[in-house]
Design a protein around this ligand. Sequence first.
Ligand code: BTN
Length: 247
Amino acid sequence: MAERFRLHRFDVLQSTQIEAGQDIYQHGDVVVAVTQTGSYGRRGRAWQAPVGNLYFTMVEKFTGYTQLEWLPYVVGLALYDAVAFHIADHNNKLHLKWPNDVLIDGKKMSGILIEVKDDKLLIGIGVNVTVKPQTDQPATYINEYALSEMTSDQVLEAFLFHYARWTDIAEEGGFAAIKNDWMTRAAYIGHEITARLANGKVLNGVFEALDDHGALVLREETAHHVVTSADIFFSNSDSNGTKIHND
Ligand code: BTN
């Protein structure tokens, strides 16, 4: 483990993504910050970074687009496994939400942002460990549900261990080698969901499966859609997580 990753710790950064994007960082470097003043999430959304949670960006080699088929799932699996045995009733309470969020009791515990920069991948991860951020979607933090409280360093160390393990499996067998492991930890499979695509289009249907390339298969009454990028919501919720169908 010590050879695989090199940690670079900062008290304050604008964003670990921006820091890690500099040429001085290479495959295996991990940039960690206690807090960030300008952190961002998927689709350019702001990401709050109060002191007490975990913020880091891993730099990895970008080997091609098939790597992106399995990487988000590997990161989600590693985060899930890093905290699972600390969460009370984790089999019922802890879930992966497509494409790469981790939920506790249906509320967001972490966010993952994967960016490609030249021949490098910047894998940015924010984990709510001790503080619940004030967001417009339901959020929680690990220690709200922990049997034994975790520190940010414990989460990071456990994550890196499981990330290395799942990466070895995926590099060998591709997405097919991890698909079932992801599905058994996932939320909403077999349920009605709403998928909001990047172009604003909204699809409603049943989350039927993942295809062999990591895309979400959504069944509408008359069609199947293969969705490669979207935000998804349980159909009993709107995009802010508030109920819209009470009947
Ligand atoms: C999301 O859910 O939209 C992804 C959020 C990713 C936030 C992390 S915190 C560490 C890294 N630095 C950033 O500026 N963003 C990512």
